[in-house]
Each structure stands twice: as C-alpha cells, then as structure tokens.
Design a protein around this ligand. Sequence first.
Ligand code: PPS
Length: 571
Amino acid sequence: MTDLIAPHGGELKIRYADGETREALIEASASLKDWDLSHRQLCDLELILSGGFSPLEGFMSQADYQRVVEEMRLADGTLWPMPITLDVTPEFADTLTPGESIALRDPEGLLIAVMAVEDIWVPDKHEEAEAVFGADDPAHPGVHYLHHQAGAVYLGGPVVGINRPQHYDFTHLRHEPAELRALFEKWGWRRIVAFQTRNPMHRAHQELTFRAAQRAQANLLIHPVVGMTKPGDIDHYSRVRCYQHLLKHYPAQTTALSLLPLAMRMAGPREALWHAIIRKNHGCSHFIVGRDHAGPGKNSQGEDFYGPYDAQELVARHQDELGIEMVPFEAMVYVEEKAEYRPLSEVKPGETVLNISGTEFRRRLQEGLEIPAWFSYPEVVEELRRTHPPRHRQGFTVFFTGLSGSGKSTLANALMVKLLERGDRPVTLLDGDRVRKMLSSELGFSREHRDLNIRRIGYVAAEITKHRGVAICAPIAPYAATRKEVRRMISQYGGFIEVHVATPLEVCEARDRKGLYAKARAGLIKGFTGIDDPYEVPEEPELRIDTRDCTPDEAAQEILLKLESLGYIKN
Ligand code: PPS
C-alpha cells in the first residue's frame, strides 16, 4: 500500500494490496466469512480503497462514528462530516467476534477486500438521523435509507483491497484520485476547480462553472456522481452522454470530465463539506458550492430540509482546515433583455428573469413540450428526449385487481383488443389463471405464495413497461402492501394504472362461473378470497369499475379515456 502526498494537502491512503500480501489474503479468504456488499457499501468501499475517502483506512470504528455523528470529526480530531460504516444484519453480526477478518464481496461474488472487524455495535439510528441529516424524517432519502435499508448493526475496521470494483461503462472517464492527480500534473494544471453534480447540466450550469473557473483562475473538473444519487434522478448513462456534449462548449483544453463512484446521502451542508474533502483527495484546489448543495427537497411538512445557503455557510466555517478552497455560487438566471446568464444578485431592476425549475423541466420532457434554446443545448435536450420520451411513447401497466369472478379477465381481454386495434405498442396480457400456469405453477394460495405470485407478475410487467410496451395484469392481488410494492417497481419505468374491479362479493358469488365459491362455502377449498381470506379494497386506484353498471366495451372505453387523460395514449 502506498501513501501519496497530495499537491493540495493531505496524504492519499490507497488501500490496495499488491504482490505477496495480495496472494496471501486471497488464500486466507477461503476460510473467512463472506459479506455480500450492497450497492452503497460497494461505492463506499471503492472510495476508501482508492483514497477518495482519505484519511479513512476502512469502515469507521465506533469511536470515529460517534464523534463524526456528534462533532463531524474523527476520534483523532480530523474534520470528517459523514459516517461511513458497514451496516449488516444482526444474524450476520451474531456470527462474528471482534478481531476476526471477513471477506467483502461484490454481488457477483468477486472478492473486493478483506476487513479486520474491530468493532461491532448497534447504532442509535434516530440520533444519527437527527445529527447527520438534521431531522429524523423519512421524507429525507438519507433517513429513509438509514431506517429501511441499512442493517441494524455496524461493523468497523480497516480494509485491504484485493480487486478493484468492476465497471464496464465509460471506463475512459473513470479515474481514481492518484490517476487524476497524475493527469493534472501531466497537463500542467496547478489550480483545479471541481464541480459536483447529480443532474444533467444545462446552459446555466455551463455559465456557472465557466465563471467559477475564471474567478478561481483555475481549470475546471466536471466531477459528476455516478454511484448512487437521489431516487428518481435521471440515470447516469444519459447524464454522462449529456456531459460529453456539454464539454464541447468550453474553451479547448480547459475542462475535463471524470466520473465519481460516490453514493450520495443528500445531507446538504454536511454533504457539501464531505464533497469538498473528496475533491481535495482527487487533487483539486477549489470546489464549487452552489445554491442548495446536495439538497434532498421537502420534508414531511412540505418545507425545505435546509436553507439555500446553509451548505456554503458550513463549508466557509471550516475553510481554514479544509485544504481546498470553496468557490461559492448563487443561482444563475437568464436575463431575457440581455440574452445572457447572470448570478441572481446581478440582475438589475426591471430586467426579466427566465428560469425553468428541475420539476418543470421534467414535466416538459414527460409531456413532450418545448424546451427553449436559452435553457439548454439542443444536443443535450435531444439526448434526454431519447432516453426520457414523453408519456405517449413510454410503456405502462394496467393492473386489474378484484375478487374471483369480478370480471377482471373479461375487462383485461377487452382492453387488450382495443389497444391492439390502435397498434401503438406491443401488448402482453398477464391474466391470473395463465400466470398461475406459466410462471407460478408450483404456488398455492397462502399469503406467502400469493405475494410471490404478484411479485413475479410485477417483475415481468416492470420489464415490459421499461421496454415501452403495455402489460395488462389481472390477478386477484388481495393485499394492499404487495400492490403498493408492484406500483413502486413499475412506476420508475412508466405508467401504473390500478383498476379496482369492484364487483361486490354477492354478485361474484352468484355468478360463480367456476363453481369455486360453492366449494369454498362447503369448506372444500380453504383460504378462498372473500370467503375465508381477506381482500383489502384499494384505497386510491386510478379507476374503480363495477361490472354491474357497464358492459365490458364501456369499461374498456373508460380505461382508454383514463390513459388518454394521463397522457399515455394520444389520438
Ligand atoms: S392471487 O391471490 O392474486 O395470487 O390469485 P390469482 O393468481 O389471481 O389466482 C386466482 C384464481 O385462482 C383460483 N383460486 C383461488 N382464488 C382465490 N382464493 C383461492 N383460495 C383460490 N383457489 C383457486 C380462482 O379461480 C382465481 O381465478 P379468478 O380468475 O380470479 O376467478
């Protein structure tokens, strides 16, 4: 392992083993317990190993963690605002004794590092949320992750790297801190200002970064996060293609693009401080902190978690010991009369300011509306339109739910035929009975089996939706929580329209097409939905249809109208 001295302060703790040590560790790992890293843990580990998180030498000990949470400092007093811990399940933790080493593996089983477990403890997550995120509010994505995804027990201890985490995308744009520092030296870049982003960059960002570089008399490093960002963000593949287009709009040889495999926490001020330290480790001398840096949006009360310039204030307060200089920037806005961008405070009275918020931009993309040339570059917009088409070109799922005999299959078939008649997209029908034959033939009707069945349907429908087709599902799907899960799985790729086929039990039972209600009443079938197994009525479906009130044709028309009003079909 090598420690490099950075041109802008601090040593780089590179944690990869080489030669004999590596061979010996690989051999020893055969008898170690394995921990399969989550995506976030893999991102953290990659930056620990490469020195991006210097001076950390592993996942934090309890003493480091505690002081970081309380004071933003490691136990030795070094400024470090973010807990970096290895969270595991209590079951796994119970098998360990302090002093033992464990093998850290990626999802494919590749050995990434060996960790010497020194500390094992149960953290107070409420305290962590309050201190690190400023609120124990699940509306905060970092807090949500902490309570719902992170394991209950933390492990701390140094790590030694064996294999670099594998990346197959944009490999020419990925640089470890030492590589970036070497490139800066080769290019003769002495002052470098880094720009952090998790979003596509438009003209305002180009203006802001260009001005920041001028102000700092520095070269510019566009350093976007491609590890984990805020759920719902635009995927990094599309973003990187946009950054590549944008690069052409800077003067030649002044600006570079490099991708950072960071898992963001959206912790606003603390996160800004952390981002600055990471950029220092990557050899940068300056770091841009803009308005609402790493802001997570609104809290449960509908208010912003942090003030717009809280991040700048916190970084300014620690400027002297940071070893990297902040370049604070306020929002850049477009002044219509002058056809130019300016910082908000430089707008003169009477001038017209134009701005399109991120939310408004996404709406315009979704609805295929105009995005003006003053806002973004045509190549960038075209790139985003290609991967984020308007709703009428996205896929969607119509998810029928209702009692046996309520008419789900009839409606699903009628809808399928009408959509096929239109010919806009390929249509797949995942009818309850057919799914039970083709995907779930081994399953019965216990709660566990029903859930598994619905999850399988959700998975297939999500894939179809992702590929811009139409999935029509028609299972009973009696449990609200599972339907909600399926909605979440599918909505990230396109539309999810839940249709409650609300035909009352008496009517379904009177119809009893398959004779199953009679059998259920006679006790010949156990756990029959509506008889001796619950059906949880959907609270807010997109549509509720009672088949007593309309023909299948009318019901299908009603669904088509709904799809039209939501923008998924266009006449
Ligand atoms: S679930 O709960 O969503 O997994 O059910 P699903 O896959 O849609 O399967 C429902 C069909 O299976 C028949 N069947 C039962 N339904 C409910 N409860 C029990 N115990 C049961 N046993 C068999 C029934 O014919 C359902 O068909 P539909 O088309 O809904 O009438």
